[in-house]
Design a protein around this ligand. Structure first.
Ligand code: AMP
Ligand code: MN
Ligand code: MN
Ligand code: MN
Length: 283
């Protein structure tokens, strides 16, 4: 099945509207789709309606920012009730610090000679509650400070660089509980991205499972094929369900388009088998 269960709209740090993503997913042959904006459900109803309009089976989704072992980890939630109050409140609290963080990022960039970055980033923000590093990256590309967003991250926006501001996101426990208590399935997003030691990674997986987490992304636009092989083994080792998603943000920036991913390795149990009752089938 061509499931794509990870992507972003203008409601977080993508560049397309939810309706355009649904159309693009359908055109690319996606057979099951979830929009997983960072820390925010404001696009979910639009995604659901747009999926129905183009005849695309749909799951609710989000990607929650978590701090674990002093590192930012992303937890994807799938198939939850989009009206669940505790989940909505938890996400509102998680995104609450973004404004102050963005102002501090802008101050750091100013000290490095990049002026008015906050105002510049705001031009790219679709949702005032969700200003992210990606929006700063787009402004620095526009200002010709760097050639592309990858270079901006490398030179300005990762730990140790002038625009990086440490931030405490949700706890792993809270994020998994919000998703599970709202009837959804929690998934560790793109595990290869965290650069954990073996011990830290073991702690992440065991604590995630202890809190009720059940899935891990194996095939994602954020993994190389070697990383997908490695995390297929991890999924088997921890008896986790496997997920698949492009992490598509933008036609201009993303290397992997919606639905344009290798299949999940056959030995794995896909998350969608456990989510059948949560899928909204088009009429
Ligand atoms: P934030 O939630 O504000 O910390 O921004 C995180 C987002 O920045 C991620 O969801 C990605 O979309 C983007 N991002 C993180 N690292 C990189 C990178 N090295 N290159 C390009 N985009 C990145
Ligand atoms: Mn993002
Ligand atoms: Mn992510
Ligand atoms: Mn993502």
């Amino acid at each position: 099945m061509n499931a794509d269960l990870h992507c972003h709209s203008v409601i977080s740090d993508g560049t397309l509207q939810p309706e355009a993503l649904a159309e693009r997913a359908k055109a690319n042959g996606v057979e099951l789709w979830a929009l997983t904006d960072h820390d925010e459900l404001a696009g979910q109803l639009r995604a659901r309606n747009a999926a129905a309009a183009v005849g695309l089976p749909w799951l609710s989704g989000c990607e929650i920012s978590v701090t674990f072992a002093d590192t930012t980890v992303h937890i994807v939630g799938l198939g939850f009730d989009i009206d669940n109050a505790a989940l909505r409140d938890g996400l509102a609290a998680t995104r609450g610090g973004r404004h102050a963080r963005a102002v501090a990022m802008s101050d750091g960039l100013a000290r490095a000679g990049v002026r008015d970055a906050y105002q510049g980033a705001l031009k790219y923000v679709g949702n005032p509650e969700l200003i992210s590093r990606t929006h700063f990256a787009r402004f620095l590309v526009e200002s010709k400070v760097c050639a592309d967003t990858q270079a901006v991250f490398r030179k300005y926006l990762v730990e140790g660089k002038p625009g990086y501001v440490p931030h405490r996101w949700a706890s792993l426990r809270d994020a998994v509980h919000w998703i599970v208590d709202a009837g959804g399935l929690a998934v560790i997003a793109h595990p290869a991205r965290y650069r954990f030691t073996a011990n830290e990674e073991y702690a992440l997986f065991t604590e995630f499972i202890a809190h009720g987490g059940r899935g891990v992304e194996v095939v994602t636009g954020s993994h190389s094929s070697a990383e997908a092989v490695r995390y297929a083994e991890t999924a088997l080792e921890f008896d986790l369900l496997a997920s698949r998603g492009s992490d598509f943000h933008s036609p201009e920036e993303s290397h992997v388009d919606l639905g344009k991913l290798p299949a999940l390795p056959a030995a794995l149990k896909p998350v969608w088998d456990a989510l059948e009752a949560h899928i909204l089938q088009p009429a």
